[in-house]
Design a protein around this ligand. Structure first.
Ligand code: 5GP
Length: 190
């Protein structure tokens, strides 16, 4: 997605060789028009996958996912990043490790918002080591539903997330694939 790559080149900040900061349009301030454009790309790629529901992870996945859900006319569900206080069998929960923040967190999904017949598209802002997407996929499969695809806004292709997801057989589509980060350097794949 050329306009996304241009935006990353203009406004992205490589904090190190592994972490990219895009607070000006995705993670803090949000460029709604760009989010809408992302929705058109996700729709175009996934529209024939029989998707019935779109899942994302709070909080930075919400904006691009809402725009995609709007365009695909599908329900959107946000996975919560904290442990549910009511563990009464009404939720699915899994622990995810964040290599970026060096911590574990819980992903929670209410049983009310997923069915075993659902074909789910998972969308997230970044793909790094793949742990967040794999956690979301575990919840979908625990519910007896199917992961129909994984949409990523920014993939850091030098980390192993994509290969871990592809090993599991998931169809991964990323809007921008970063090949390399360094001081004043952001390189893309194609
Ligand atoms: P993973 O689980 O694939 O290792 O990491 C994905 C999650 O970590 C994303 O949901 C995102 O919140 C965060 N993340 C990973 N790498 C980056 C990065 O370079 N920049 C930002 N802003 N977030 C990141």
């Amino acid at each position: 997605m050329k306009i996304l790559k241009d935006k990353i080149s203009q406004e992205g900040l490589a904090l190190s060789e592994t972490v990219l900061k895009v607070d000006s349009f995705l993670n803090h301030q949000v460029d709604a028009k760009l989010m809408y454009e992302m929705g058109t790309y996700f729709k175009k790629y996934f529209e024939n996958h029989g998707i019935t529901r779109i899942l994302t992870i709070e909080s930075s996945g919400i904006a691009p996912t809402a725009m995609t859900a709007l365009q695909m006319n599908l329900p959107m569900v946000t996975l919560k990043k904290q442990q549910s206080k009511i563990l009464n069998g009404e939720v699915y929960q899994t622990t995810v490790h964040s290599f970026t923040k060096v911590m574990n967190y819980e992903l929670t999904l209410s049983k009310n918002y997923i069915n075993k017949d659902d074909k789910v598209l998972i969308i997230d802002d970044f793909l790094a080591h793949g742990e967040a997407a794999l956690g979301a996929a575990r919840l979908v499969e625990e519910a007896g539903a199917t992961v129909a695809g994984i949409g990523i806004v920014i993939e850091k292709s030098f980390q192993e997330g994509r290969s871990k997801l592809e090993e599991k057989g998931y169809d991964v589509y990323s809007l921008a694939r970063v090949a390399k980060l360094g001081k004043d350097l952001i390189e893309f794949i194609d």
